[in-house]
Design a protein around this ligand. Structure first.
Ligand SMILES: NC(=O)c1ccc[n+]([C@@H]2O[C@H](COP(=O)([O-])OP(=O)(O)OC[C@H]3O[C@@H](n4cnc5c(N)ncnc54)[C@H](OP(=O)(O)O)[C@@H]3O)[C@@H](O)[C@H]2O)c1
Length: 413
């Protein structure tokens, strides 16, 4: 007889959906550091709409969204869920997963029960006029990040997704290898290929901040695959060597510089020190390349600490493309460098179906390595997000096992 609830690591027969499930949940009354805010609870398995799919999660990918969601900063993620007719008293974290389709809505044609999939995190309303007009859903008013802006994230035994989010899982990858790279890789793909005419072309120099991190490690590979030359920025020699192993032309250790943050006023004596630092950093890029070529694209996400430098070092007519403000949001742009050198400061957020599918195809083809750094058991979900929030995770992507077997996992507490 069908059970109501299965243990972590135990799978029901394919297609048999239990009434309840384990999920890693945050609630508004315990927002705070992820180690305590993210907790395992047993809740009801969600009902599906006609264009939804229910995926049994085998492994979930760890990313920074979940740290922000746990902290309730910069927004209370549960508040926005009302817009999508979802619960508002809790939120299941997680925007990356690999798993098996267990049920589909009546109108779903792209996946079937039993399919092995990875899930991309882009959601939107199917009846959004912008989407129905055939425009980029990534720019739709109803666009949202599954498992961040919406409730039913990946750190649970089952996740409710829109069926178009499901993409075929690469056969050569384990569940945990497949779980980790979709969100960051597809985001990097849009940043590097989604903003014409600033798409990576052979020979282009691309400055990649956080080259050993989740976004950066995949961005380096995408740049190399397109024939570009990635210059990675890192905080240690070991991380720099890791970036070179991924295909970076070279790296700069940001610890060798101190001009970070919002620069002093341009007409103050202190500004000259900032300018000297920014110029030295630009020269370091040329030293890596062995020629005086500046980045046509700057791949940005630290934000406040680095934007003034990024804007300065981008080439004439180049683009600074940014998807986050990990070090702060109050970025300062000296617009002289923008207008005079005709640079472009471009925001970018997640991706659409085509961009996610294009990245996934590169993974399936083996053109992009998933750089899995470490794997944790489900019970350590809060702990691993705490490590991420503290900046203590080693390089590479990180996955948590949900339905996948845990044999051989080290105790990583
Ligand atoms: N909008 C979107 O669509 C989207 C999608 C994915 C991720 N994100 C966001 O992007 C950010 C990065 O994600 P991730 O997965 O790459 O995180 P990650 O794996 O933690 O890597 C971030 C990297 O940034 C570097 N860094 C940290 N502080 C810095 C500073 N002050 N100056 C320069 N570099 C600094 C670090 O490298 P070093 O210490 O070695 O320099 C670190 O490896 C997060 O805020 C995440 O939420 C946004």
């Amino acid at each position: 007889m069908a059970k109501d609830l299965y243990e972590i690591g135990e799978l029901p027969p394919i297609g048999e959906v239990p009434a309840k499930m384990h999920a890693q949940v945050v609630r508004p009354d315990r927002f705070g550091e992820p180690g305590a805010a993210i907790q395992d609870e047993v809740i009801d398995v969600p009902e599906l709409g006609p264009r939804d799919a229910l995926v049994a999660v085998m492994a979930a990918g760890v990313n920074f969204n979940n740290v922000w969601a746990a902290r309730g900063i910069p927004v209370d993620v549960t508040k926005g869920q009302a817009r999508w007719d979802e619960p508002t008293d809790f939120h299941i974290v997680g925007s990356d997963a690999s798993g098996i389709v267990y049920a589909v809505g009546a109108e779903v044609t792209n996946v079937a029960v039993g399919d092995r999939v990875v899930v991309h995190a882009g959601q939107w309303n199917h009846d959004d006029p912008w989407v129905m007009a055939g425009k980029d859903p990534g720019l739709a008013a109803s666009f949202r990040v599954w498992g961040y802006d919406s409730c039913w994230g990946s750190f649970a035994q089952f996740t409710k997704v829109q069926a178009h989010q499901c993409l075929p899982k690469a056969d050569h990858l384990t569940w945990e290898e497949a779980a980790a790279p979709t969100l960051t890789g597809s985001t990097a793909y849009r940043m590097l290929h989604g903003w014409p005419p600033h798409t990576v072309e052979p020979g282009d120099v691309v400055l990649v901040w956080g080259g050993s991190g989740g976004l950066g490690s995949l961005a380096i590979q995408l740049v190399a695959h397109a024939g570009g030359r990635a210059v990675a920025v890192v905080s240690s020699q070991e991380k720099g060597e890791f970036c070179k192993s991924l295909g970076a032309a070279g790296y700069i250790n940001r610890k060798d510089f101190s001009h970070w943050g919002v620069p002093p006023a341009w007409d103050s004596p202190e500004w000259k020190d900032w300018f000297a630092g920014a110029k030295a950093f630009g020269k370091a890029i040329w030293d890596v390349l062995g020629e005086k070529t500046s980045p046509r694209i700057v791949f940005e996400h630290p934000g406040q600490e680095t934007i003034p430098t990024s804007v300065f070092v981008a080439d004439r007519g180049g683009m600074i493309v940014i998807c986050a403000g990990t070090s702060g949001y109050d970025t300062m742009v000296d617009v002289r460098y923008l207008w005079f050198m005709q640079k472009r400061y471009q925001g970018s957020h997640l991706f659409n179906d085509e961009q996610a599918a294009a990245f996934n195809q590169l993974v399936i083809d083996g053109a992009v390595q998933t750089t899995l750094g470490s794997v944790y058991p489900y019970e350590q979900t809060g702990h691993v997000h705490q490590l991420m929030g503290d900046g203590s995770l080693p390089e590479g992507n990180v996955a948590v096992l949900v339905g996948a077997p845990t044999e051989g996992l080290k105790d990583t507490t």
